[in-house]
Design a protein around this ligand. Structure first.
Ligand SMILES: CC(=O)SCCNC(=O)CCNC(=O)[C@H](O)C(C)(C)COP(=O)(O)OP(=O)(O)OC[C@H]1O[C@@H](n2cnc3c(N)ncnc32)[C@H](O)[C@@H]1OP(=O)(O)O
Ligand SMILES: O=C([O-])CC(=O)C(=O)O
Length: 458
C-alpha cells in the first residue's frame, strides 16, 4: 500500500476527542424535528421531495396524486427535455446507433441536433478528449488514489489551474467548460485507473491515445482495454448505460449539490467536483458497486439460489442488519421518486438478459431478478409503512459492467461520466435563471452556555 507520511492521531488521543464530542452532543431527536415542521432530507411527510425549483432539463415521474393529495403509485417515467428515455433507447436499438452524444446535446441545448450539428458536435467532443499538456503527469500520476471518484473530483478541481477563464460564468464560457469536461472526464478516469493499477494493484499500466471517429462509449473501451479491442454490441451496451444515466432532474443528491454550489456564484470546476463527491455515496451512484458486492455475498451464503423462501429470509436478515454491510439496506432497491418501477432499471434489465445468457452470467442475472421480485415483499413485511420499493437504476448496471469485463473500480466513475452533461445543464440553468443563493434554515436546539474564561475553566 502506498500512503504518504501523514502524522496520525494516537488512538488514546482520538478516544478522548470522541468522548468529548459525545459528552456535549445530545442525540438530535427526529420526532422533535418533525414537531417543528422540519422537512428532514428535504422530504414532505409523505416521502415526496420538497419543491425546491423549476427546471426545463428533465422530468422524473414516479407517482400521481388524487385531488385530496393522496399518492398513487404508477410506473416510472424519465423524460429528457420532453422526450421519454424509452423512446431514446428504442431509437438506439432500432437504428443500431450510438445515442449518448445526441443526448448530451439535447440536455445542454434543449432540442435534438440536426444531422450537421450532430456530426460537428461528435467531432468537437472527440477533439477535446486529450488532457492539457502536463495535466496527467502533474495532477493524476503524481498523486494516485485508491478510489477513482476521489481522483476524478480532484482532477476536475485541478482543471481550474489550466483554464485562464476559470472564473468567468458567462453562458459561452460555462458551455465551453462543460463541453471540455464532458469530453475529458473519460480520459481522466482511464488515466486515474492506470496509475491506481500500478501503485495499488502492482499491475502494469498502459496509456492509449484516443482513436479518431469513436463515440464516447467506444473511446472508453478502447482506452481502457489493454488490447484496445471491443465489439460493436459491447460499445452499444455501454452507450445505452451512459445514455440512461445522463440526467435525473434537479433534486437528486449530486445534481442538487451542483445547483447549490452554482447558486453561490462559484466556478464550474468547484460545482462539478462537489457533484462527483455526492454521487460517490453508497446511497446514490455508489450503490452500483454495493449491489455487486451484495450479489456475490448473497450467492455465497444462500444454499439454493432458486429457492425463493431462502432468498426472502436472507433479504430479511439484510434489512434487520443481521447480514450484509450492517446498513440495513438492500442496494439497488428503493427510490425517492419511483414507486412501481424505475424505467432505467427496466431498460438495463432487458439489455442485460441477452448478454447474461450468452456469456454465462445467468446465475447472477437470475439472482438480481429474484431480489427485484422479493425485496418489495420483504420490505413491506418489515417496515409496515406506505412506502413502496422497486428496483432502481443501480440494480442491473454493475452486472452489465462486469459482463463487459470492466473493473469494479470504474462502476461509479462511469456513472459520473454519464451524469456530467446533466450536472452541466442544471448548472447553466441555475446560473442563467435562478439567481438566488440556495439557503435553507436550521433551527438551533442546543442549550445556551456561559462563556467561562480559560483561566477559570475546570
Ligand atoms: C442513482 C441513485 O441514486 S438510485 C438509488 C441508489 N441507492 C440504493 O440503491 C441504496 C438503497 N436504497 C436506499 O437507500 C433508499 O431507497 C434511497 C436512498 C435510494 C431512497 O430513499 P428514500 O426513498 O428517501 O427512503 P427513506 O430514506 O426515507 O427510507 C424510508 C425507510 O425505508 C428504508 N429503506 C429505503 N430503501 C431501502 C432499501 N433499499 N433497503 C432497506 N431499507 C430501505 C430506510 O432505511 C427507511 O427505514 P426507517 O424508516 O426504518 O429508517
Ligand atoms: O433521483 C435520485 O434521487 C437518484 C437517482 O436515481 C439518480 O440521480 O439517478
Amino acid at each position: 500500500m502506498y500512503y504518504p507520511d501523514v502524522p496520525a492521531l494516537e488512538p488514546d488521543e482520538l478516544e478522548l476527542l470522541c468522548h468529548e464530542y459525545l459528552e456535549h452532543n445530545a442525540h438530535l431527536d427526529p420526532k422533535l424535528a418533525d414537531q417543528m415542521g422540519v422537512k428532514r432530507g428535504l422530504r414532505n411527510l409523505d416521502g415526496t421531495g420538497v419543491l425546491a425549483g423549476i427546471t426545463n432539463v428533465s422530468s422524473v415521474i414516479g407517482y400521481d396524486r388524487t385531488p385530496d393529495g393522496t399518492i398513487v403509485p404508477i410506473p416510472g417515467r424519465l423524460v429528457y427535455r420532453g422526450i421519454d428515455i424509452d423512446t431514446l433507447a428504442a431509437e438506439a436499438d432500432n437504428h443500431d446507433r450510438f445515442l449518448f452524444e445526441e443526448v448530451v446535446w439535447l440536455l445542454l441545448f434543449g432540442s435534438l441536433p440536426n444531422k450537421e450539428q450532430h456530426a460537428k458536435f461528435c467531432k468537437l467532443l472527440e477533439h477535446h478528449r486529450e488532457l492539457p499538456r502536463g495535466f496527467a503527469d502533474d495532477m493524476i500520476l503524481n498523486s494516485p488514489s485508491p478510489n477513482l471518484m476521489n481522483k476524478m473530483a480532484r482532477s476536475v478541481l485541478a482543471m481550474y489551474s489550466y483554464d485562464e477563464h476559470a472564473e468567468d460564468s458567462s453562458l459561452p464560457n460555462i458551455l465551453r467548460q462543460s463541453i471540455n469536461l464532458i469530453a475529458e472526464l473519460p480520459t481522466m478516469m482511464v488515466n486515474a485507473y492506470q496509475i491506481k493499477r500500478r501503485v495499488y494493484d502492482r499491475s502494469s499500466m498502459y496509456f492509449h491515445l484516443p482513436t479518431e471517429g469513436q463515440s464516447t462509449a467506444e473511446h472508453i473501451l478502447s482506452t481502457y482495454r489493454a488490447d484496445q479491442k471491443f465489439t460493436h454490441e459491447e460499445a452499444r451496451l455501454l452507450d445505452l448505460c451512459l445514455m440512461v444515466h445522463a440526467d435525473h432532474g434537479g433534486g437528486n443528491c449530486s445534481t442538487f449539490t451542483c445547483r447549490v454550489l452554482s447558486s453561490s456564484g462559484t466556478d464550474t470546476y468547484a460545482a462539478i467536483s462537489a457533484a462527483i463527491g455526492a454521487l460517490k455515496g453508497p446511497k446514490h451512484g455508489g450503490a452500483n458497486l454495493k449491489v455487486m458486492h451484495q450479489l456475490d455475498y448473497i450467492l455465497e451464503n444462500v444454499e439454493n439460489p432458486a429457492d425463493d423462501g431462502e432468498v426472502r429470509e436472507f433479504l430479511r436478515k439484510i434489512i434487520r442488519k443481521e447480514a450484509g454491510d450492517g446498513s440495513g439496506l438492500i442496494y439497488g432497491m428503493g427510490h425517492a421518486v419511483y414507486t412501481v418501477s424505475d424505467p432505467r432499471a427496466q431498460i438495463l434489465k432487458n439489455h442485460a438478459r441477452r448478454m447474461a445468457y450468452a456469456k454465462g452470467y445467468d446465475e447472477e442475472f437470475e439472482m438480481l431478478c429474484s431480489i427485484e421480485r422479493l425485496a418489495p415483499q420483504v420490505f413491506a413485511e418489515e417496515k409496515h409503512g406506505p412506502k413502496k420499493v422497486c428496483a432502481n437504476v443501480d440494480l442491473f448496471s454493475g452486472l452489465i459492467y462486469r459482463m463487459l469485463g470492466i473493473s469494479e473500480d470504474l462502476y461509479t466513475p462511469l456513472f459520473a461520466i454519464a451524469r456530467v452533461p446533466g450536472w452541466c445543464a442544471h448548472r447553466v440553468e441555475e446560473v442563467e435563471f435562478a439567481n438566488r443563493i440556495i439557503r435553507p434554515a436550521y433551527k438551533y436546539v442546543g442549550k445556551p452556555q456561559p462563556y467561562i474564561t480559560l483561566a477559570e475553566r475546570a
